[in-house]
Ligand binder design. Structure first.
Ligand SMILES: *Cc1c(COP(=O)(O)O)cnc(C)c1O
Length: 346
């Protein structure tokens, strides 16, 4: 059995999810006539407290539609250096929308300092791009943004007339971690986080375990603009209800169980503690980062090869990343830990 810790995107739909897909009523969503897509859009919008939502094939397209629906040519969005919608999406907002990013360095906890955000907002002057949007990401690299910070940063943006977009690819991981802190429930926390923003993108294809798909939520008018952009981006899918049914099943059955992924990430981090040359970052959700230091750095590629030889997959080079999800269990993580310990004779 392979232990694939590269990403939470690698999950295969469960038997029950496949059954939900096969049973889904279908229609042509480009005509707005796929009942399963329509039901999913209403469900996720309702869950997060928005008027409307749009089902899109990928999180990348969701963020692109959001940025282009918020911004015009010559506008800019404030975003973190390590944010997916700046660093990992091929510069799409600039390429397709002539919208320039204004990246800011992150604080160690993943936040963007309020003073940095404020200083980056340009005055209305012909020299400058028009600052239009603040884009945050939660979780970011597996880190939960402190909720007080989310409230402050989004209030600051609003006071400066900026729109606010959340890349919540892993919003439900954030919600589950936040619920563990507050003693509330994950759906309430997801909604509390989402309601700080004008638009929110969530991925169904990560920890939620659906094969494909994201949703972009916002006001009816915002979603209508995003819908036009999705069409231009080639994201109008036909009998997409097959996929929407999987996403809908995931929302019903795979949110609360994310707590298990978080516990498993902690189990992995605990198992790797105390190995010389490994600096393990305590995980807040389902992602464990391990920095190789000193002499261990030179062994990085050999370690990954050693693991791959035993069917254990991870990514990274000097900073390794292990992601827990629906398709790994304690036995798999224990095998990974044992293989790493063996490699380092620890
Ligand atoms: C995965 C991810 C996306 C989008 O990913 P796709 O592969 O395009 O679906 C966007 N933002 C974040 C934070 C992500 O982790």
């Amino acid at each position: 059995m392979m232990v694939d810790l590269r990403s939470d995107t690698v999950t295969r739909p469960t038997a029950a999810m496949r059954a939900a897909m096969l049973g889904a009523p279908l229609g042509d969503d480009v005509f707005g006539a796929d009942p399963s897509v329509n039901a999913l859009q209403e469900k996720i919008a309702g869950m997060l407290g928005f008027e409307a939502a749009l089902f899109v094939p990928t999180g990348t397209q969701s963020n692109l539609c959001a940025i282009l629906a918020h911004c015009q040519r010559g506008d800019e969005y404030i975003v973190g250096q390590m944010a997916h919608c700046y660093r990992w999406e091929g510069g799409g907002a600039a390429v397709f929308g002539s919208v320039q990013p204004q990246p800011l360095n992150h604080q160690p906890d993943g936040t963007l300092a309020l003073a940095d955000i404020e200083a980056a907002i340009k005055p209305d002057d012909a020299h400058f791009a028009r600052t239009r949007l603040l884009a945050l990401e939660n979780t970011l690299g597996g880190k939960l943004l402190p909720f007080d910070y989310v409230k402050q940063a989004t209030a600051l943006a609003k006071s400066k007339d900026l729109s606010r977009h959340l890349d919540g690819a892993r919003l439900f991981n954030a919600a589950v971690a936040q619920a563990a802190q507050t003693g509330s429930n994950p759906l309430d926390e997801a909604r509390r986080i989402a309601q700080c923003f004008d638009s929110v993108s969530v991925c169904f294809s990560k920890g939620l375990g659906a094969p494909v798909g994201s949703a972009l939520c916002g006001s009816r008018e915002f979603v209508a603009r995003a819908h036009r952009i999705r069409k231009m981006a080639g994201g109008g899918m036909r009998q997409a209800g097959l996929l929407a049914a999987a996403a809908s099943y995931a929302l019903d059955h795979h949110v609360n169980r994310l707590a298990q992924d978080h516990a498993l990430a902690r189990h992995l981090a605990d198992g790797l503690a105390g190995i010389e040359g490994l600096q393990v970052e305590a995980p807040q959700t389902n992602i464990v980062f391990v920095d190789l230091t000193g002499e261990a750095r030179a062994q990085s590629a050999a370690l990954l090869k050693h693991l791959a030889g035993q069917g254990i997959e991870a990514t990274g080079l000097y900073r390794l990343r292990f992601v827990t999800h629906l398709d790994v269990d304690t036995g798999g993580v224990d095998r990974a830990v044992a293989a790493i310990r063996k490699f380092f004779k620890a």
